[in-house]
Design a protein around this ligand. Structure first.
Ligand SMILES: Cc1cc2nc3c(=O)[nH]c(=O)nc-3n(C[C@H](O)[C@H](O)[C@H](O)COP(=O)(O)OP(=O)(O)OC[C@H]3O[C@@H](n4cnc5c(N)ncnc54)[C@H](O)[C@@H]3O)c2cc1C
Length: 393
């Protein structure tokens, strides 16, 4: 098409920006548009897994990201009331990754770094641009912009999040379920590491009140709480949150709370990641419970997988290669990532002390066995799922 740009990316979240950078660094002329006024700075993902850091290194961002975040080589599962715990150390898989640790940092900091890198390469993300619909042609696709006009591209990547207008416009089913109970993310400056013995910087906790997790970032802690109520406002109610914090540690009741963010948990996967000249990636394509931190990470893995193939096709490879993106990433999202995240959630959900302690004992046995420990770490850090993708033709 005469006025066509090679690639249009809808959405400047971590997934869209990763795709933009991967393509631009390879010399492709990309455009990025986003509905918001700027990068979304709300608290969402805060864990970068080892293979994601390996990918970000290939984009030239990893040193800057590490400098701003907190490196966490060890994480644990613990039983809150007894203090009993098992600790896993990612150093055990240092032969499988250049980054044998989790990096704890807010996802918007990654987005801001990616934005700057794009700007240095001459790509200015256009904010305040809402894509309303997509029209497909045999040799391209057009994004219809709210308020008038449109952008035509040879290829469009819909990285526009859970409510993706791109996905809806393509008429694709987003099958799955939404959990009834709301969850709440609480950021606080309370120093849990100073008052809870042997606490690692990432901890998944069983308690008789319900599961919770504690994740430390550079300047604060993030607690994920599951208050067992449906209503979002009720879940984030301040006195309810303070009761929970006090249950984690009595001194935390009066803690400085930076934000309380209620959200719903979903398990969904779109029926295809490719429709003609349009792709879906990240939350636009799949959603999973946040337990284990696989949402944003999986989305970044989508972006890297897709761009690798798109670059080959732009370089002359057969377009059928792009269907492999769908086969690899959709298969693994639906058959591995979503079930694994759901299993992580279920594992912590029991309120029965006997079952909690049995599960803890089982994980102690895993940590004590070199082979099982390795298998567990490769799987929980998403290395296994990436290896499995390579086996899908
Ligand atoms: C509370 C919470 C906690 C989470 N914790 C974790 C975690 O610990 N680890 C983890 O890996 N993941 C976590 N996630 C998931 C993670 O935040 C998402 O998977 C990630 O943000 C997905 O990135 P994305 O780029 O696909 O979508 P988004 O980050 O949602 O970005 C989509 C972008 O598209 C733009 N957009 C939307 N519609 C349009 C439109 N019509 N036109 C133009 N632009 C549009 C939006 O403005 C937005 O900037 C969490 C999510 C939530 C809600």
């Amino acid at each position: 098409m005469s006025d066509s740009i090679p690639v249009l990316i809808v959405g400047a979240g971590p997934v869209g920006l990763t795709a933009a950078l991967a393509l631009r660094q390879a010399g492709v002329d990309v455009r990025v548009v986003d509905a918001w006024t700027r990068v979304d700075r709300r608290m969402r993902a805060s864990t970068f897994h080892p293979p994601t850091l390996d990918m970000i290194e290939s984009l030239g961002l990893v040193k800057k990201l590490i400098a701003r975040g907190l490196l966490v080589p060890r994480f644990q599962m613990r039983h809150h009331e007894t203090g009993d715990q098992v600790t896993f150390d990612l150093q055990a898989i240092s032969d499988a990754t250049s980054h044998p640790y989790r990096l704890q940092i807010e996802q918007h900091r990654y987005c801001e770094l990616a934005l700057r890198a794009l700007s240095n390469l001459g790509v200015e993300v256009k904010f305040n641009v809402v894509v309303d619909a997509i029209e497909q042609h045999s040799d391209g696709a057009r994004a219809i912009i709210k308020g008038g006009g449109g952008l035509t591209a040879d290829w469009i990547i819909g990285a526009d999040g859970a409510n993706s207008a791109v996905r809806r416009s393509l008429g694709l089913q987003y099958g799955g379920k939404t959990y009834t109970h709301s969850s709440v993310l609480v950021s606080t400056t309370f120093p849990f590491h100073e008052v809870i013995d042997d606490l690692t910087d990432v901890s998944y906790c069983w308690s008789e009140r319900g599961p919770f997790s504690l994740l430390r970032l550079k300047d604060f802690w993030r607690a994920s709480l599951y208050p067992g109520v449906e209503d979002l406002n009720a879940a984030a109610d301040e006195s309810r949150v303070r009761d929970w914090l006090a249950y984690i540690h009595p001194k935390a009741r009066g803690a400085e709370i930076l934000n309380r963010y209620p959200y719903r948990v979903h398990e969904r996967c779109v029926e295809t990641f490719r429709s003609g000249r349009v792709f879906l990636a990240g939350d636009a394509a799949h959603l999973n419970p946040p337990s284990g931190g696989m949402g944003m990470n999986g989305g970044i893995h989508d972006a890297m997988n897709l761009c690798d193939k798109l670059l080959q096709v732009l370089g002359g490879a057969d377009e059928s290669l792009l269907d492999r993106y769908d086969r690899q990433r959709r298969t693994l999202a639906s058959q591995r990532i979503i079930p694994q995240a759901s299993a992580n959630r279920e594992r912590m959900a029991t309120m029965d002390r006997r079952v909690q302690l049995e599960r803890l004992a089982r994980h102690k046995a895993i940590a004590a066995d070199a082979d099982e420990n390795r298998e567990f770490l490769l799987r929980s850090s998403m290395i296994t799922v990436l290896r499995e993708a390579q086996d899908i033709e």
